[in-house]
Write a protein that binds this ligand. Structure first.
Ligand code: BGC
Length: 386
């Protein structure tokens, strides 16, 4: 199999403490890692022009891969194949970008639009499980699933495998034990996603690169921060929380967690939580870490309402690189973000589905890279998104 970033990434996600609260923000986590992929656990990368060039080369390789896949795709008569796609919740900015690209790419690869059905799990596992049953009854040829609850993976896998349908999980990574079952049984089941440790590391580096002098407004010698976490059902939340802070402590900074709250990836909740923290901790809040950009947009509203100014008396970072946020990075109203490449993830998921249909098969864990976004490269990222 030619795929460039395949590797088995065994993440002992279960058993991780996902409760918010400063004391838990750097809880120990048990991870079993493959010898490869772990960009985030290696020495932090300096994500500059050299990296951008490497990424461009990667994109070219991906394009070449996609072209090769397209050849196989033609053999499988994709136009006649039915694809079922389950999204955990349509009302999620990032997953909206993801599913839009997924549908477009599937059509580009030769699937008939009328044979692609994308359903909204409305953030309810029972609803999603019913949708999966309907897809099975309908005889879809392949399923792409963004679980509502990652912990439901084994039940979902069992029924989809029993129905003889290949399965591509996206965005919410099933735990290590579940992934081991796919390997041990040689099932046509895989996960496509990015390693969120990398995104957390990049967030921490964006802040650390500013230097303590610029950050330490209250002069206590520490970086005083608040953390706004995503839904614990997605391992991305725990990893971003842990690795953003770890990047700072690894770089030798002393940190002080003032507040750590769960904002469920949601802009409105993010705004509320940051408003509360700011009214409670006032000028002591030097950095606001948000596990995603939707919550960073909410945080920005509250920072403005509190009469604070990003870059002047507070810093703010997110993850995803939503267009609006990249524009704010350019204007200096958000310190930075991390590009969660919905395009490569969506395209790789579709490629994985096609590989099952053509009989080429897949590795069980297919990884993509994140990219750091700061004022230096934000315009380039924006151009690539529009
Ligand atoms: C994204 C979030 C999104 C979540 C959904 C994460 O990878 O960064 O924006 O809400 O996935 O599960």
């Amino acid at each position: 199999m030619k795929r460039k970033f395949v590797s088995l990434l065994l993440v002992a996600a279960m058993g991780m403490s996902l409760l918010a609260g400063c004391s838990n923000s750097s809880t120990e986590q048990t991870t079993t890692e493959s010898p490869k992929t772990d960009a985030a656990t290696e020495a932090p990368k300096t994500d500059d022009a050299a990296d951008t060039a490497t990424e461009a080369a990667d994109t070219a390789t991906e394009a070449a891969d996609a072209a090769t896949d397209a050849v196989g795709a033609a053999d499988a008569d994709l136009a006649g194949k039915k694809v079922g796609v389950c999204i955990y919740q349509f009302a999620d900015n990032f997953m909206t970008l993801f599913r839009t690209e997924l549908q477009k790419y599937l059509v580009d690869q030769g699937f008939a639009e009328s044979n692609i059905t994308i359903v909204d799990g409305a953030n309810d596992q029972a609803t999603q499980s019913g949708q999966i049953d309907n897809f099975i009854a309908d005889g879809v040829d392949v399923l792409i699933i963004n679980l509502v609850n990652s912990s439901s993976a084994s039940t979902v896998t069992d029924k989809v495998v029993a129905a003889g349908i290949p399965l591509v999980y996206i965005n919410r990574e099933p735990d290590a034990d579940e992934q081991k079952r796919w390997t041990d049984n040689n099932w046509d089941v895989c996960y496509v996603g990015c390693d969120a440790r990398q995104s957390g590391t990049y967030q921490g580096e964006i802040i650390g690169d500013l230097g303590l002098e610029k950050i330490d407004f209250n002069g206590n010698g520490k970086i005083d921060y608040i953390m706004i976490e995503g839904d614990p059902e997605n391992i991305d939340a725990a990893y971003r929380t842990e690795y953003s802070v770890k990047a700072l402590t690894d770089a030798g900074f002393e940190v002080n967690c003032l507040d750590d709250q769960v904002g469920m990836w949601d802009q409105v909740k993010g705004a509320e939580l940051v408003a509360n923290s700011l009214s409670r901790y006032g000028n002591d809040v030097e950095v606001v870490f948000c596990n995603n950009d939707a919550m960073a947009l909410g945080a920005l509203q509250s920072i403005r309402s509190a009469g604070r100014t990003v870059g002047k008396d507070i810093y703010l970072v997110g993850v995803d690189a939503l267009v609006e946020v990249v524009q704010y990075v350019i204007s200096g109203e958000i310190t930075g973000t991390v590009f969660n490449n919905h395009i490569s993830q969506a395209d790789s998921s579709a490629d994985a589905a096609i590989n099952y249909l053509t009989g080429a098969g897949n590795e069980h864990n297919i990884q993509c890279d994140y990219n750091k976004v700061t004022t230096e490269n934000a315009q380039d990222i924006l151009d690539s998104l529009q």
